[in-house]
Design a protein around this ligand. Structure first.
Ligand SMILES: Nc1ncnc2c1ncn2[C@@H]1O[C@H](COP(=O)(O)OP(=O)(O)OP(=O)(O)O)[C@@H](O)[C@H]1O
Ligand SMILES: [Mg+2]
Length: 360
């Protein structure tokens, strides 16, 4: 087959699949469904928002949960639902990773020639009434923003703002100053990972809007694969369904692997240098023992002039990498005591590629 023929065949195939898809928008990860799947963990968030709406007394919340478990979609859905009684501001720390950039962005300013406190004053001048300040992916606030000023300002604001922080880092609070934690006093709400049935329901709802007909068997298979082989990251399930809808004749497991690879690549690419160094050390140490990996990590960090985590920090960071679905911590018995081993759960080729982009 020549190139031209391949191209026209493929195009015809895709055009045909276009007839199976009613609305491509539902596969966009930022799409907000009319009715997201209810989960019991949403109740305390709603309760806190309603209490704030009624009393004006802030009930700060920190929502924790692994990747793709619905933190952002629920927050953004609640913003929509409650917009008639509360004022919301939303910022994602992945896009705006310092207190300064967050405020400048919310004020629509180019952050030059003004100090943080002036920005804050301008912000408080505009937002008087009950305002909920949502900081998504709050763990991605830059290390440069040492004191996480925005959290301090929010917790001390005389306007009684309510902060809602979202993070997939289960140890996020460990990176916060005690003084911030004690003024913020967030209610910590854990979003658990979905089971296969939840994922099946989410996919079915999406298919109702997005596809011409609902492929029941395919959906249950995708849900089972996602629950078994990933940290129940719904993004992977949605992407698999999308790829299947485009090319239903290909094997579903191939679509699943492709979806997983694409999404894992994005996750690894977004890691900071310290985490990348940890993964690299884990990859090079075949025994997998945490203590040995820590020694390799320390050495590699020194080679790259990167200040290494202390062992305690290193260890707590492993649970973050686990919540991202990149490693598994396995407890094994050696002699008479238990020790932890790290197992990478993704294609090492991805790590090599990102490593080359970053360090070579
Ligand atoms: N309860 C739900 N109802 C409908 N769709 C959902 C639900 N939970 C998750 N999803 C879908 O799954 C995808 C991932 O969800 P979301 O972006 O909210 O994850 P997250 O918890 O914010 O992950 P991360 O930690 O990576 O930011 C989104 O496309 C979202 O629409
Ligand atoms: Mg999110």
């Amino acid at each position: 087959m020549d190139i031209e023929q391949y191209l026209s065949d493929k195009q015809r195939q895709l055009e045909k699949s276009g007839q199976r898809i009613k609305d491509f928008g539902v596969f966009d990860f930022n799409y907000i469904p009319d009715k997201p799947l209810m989960r019991k963990e949403v109740k305390p968030v709603i309760d806190a928002l309603l209490r704030y709406s009624q009393t004006g007394i802030a009930n700060n919340c920190l929502i924790l949960g692994s990747r793709g478990c619905g933190k952002s979609v629920i927050a953004r859905y609640l913003m929509k639902l409650l917009s008639n009684q509360l004022n919301f501001v939303y910022s994602n720390c992945r896009q705006h990773n310092t207190s300064f950039k967050i405020l400048a962005n919310l004020l629509g300013l180019v952050p030059r020639g003004v100090g943080l406190h002036e920005l804050w004053e301008r912000f408080t001048d505009i937002h008087h009434k009950k305002t909920v300040f949502i900081l998504d992916e709050v763990d991605l606030l830059s290390e440069k923003d040492r004191h996480k000023d925005i959290l301090y300002l929010l917790s001390r604001s005389t306007n009684n703002y309510m902060a809602v922080l979202l993070s997939n880092n289960p140890k996020f609070t460990a990176c916060l100053d005690e003084s911030i934690m004690s003024t913020l006093q967030p209610e910590i709400i854990h979003f658990s990972s979905y089971n296969a049935m939840d994922i099946e329901q989410i996919l079915t709802d999406r298919a109702k809007t997005g596809l011409v007909s609902i492929p029941k068997t395919v959906i249950s298979e995708i849900a089972a694969l996602t629950a078994k082989n990933t940290n129940s990251d719904v993004r992977i399930a949605l992407k698999t369904l999308y790829l299947w809808a485009l090319e239903p004749d290909e094997a579903l497991t191939d679509h699943f692997e492709k979806a997983r690879k694409d999404i894992i690549f994005d996750v690894v690419k977004d890691l900071n240098d310290k985490n990348l160094l940890i993964l690299k050390a884990a990859q090079s140490q075949s025994s997998g023992y945490v203590k040995e990996i820590y020694q390799v990590y320390k050495k590699t960090s020194a080679n790259f002039n990167e200040e290494a985590f202390s062992y305690v920090h290193f260890y707590s960071n492993l649970s973050y990498l686990q919540s991202l679905g990149l490693i598994l911590l396995i407890s094994t018995k050696v002699d008479r005591s238990y020790t932890n081993r790290i197992q990478l759960t993704f294609d090492p080729g991805i790590l090599d590629t990102v490593w080359k982009m970053r360090f070579e």
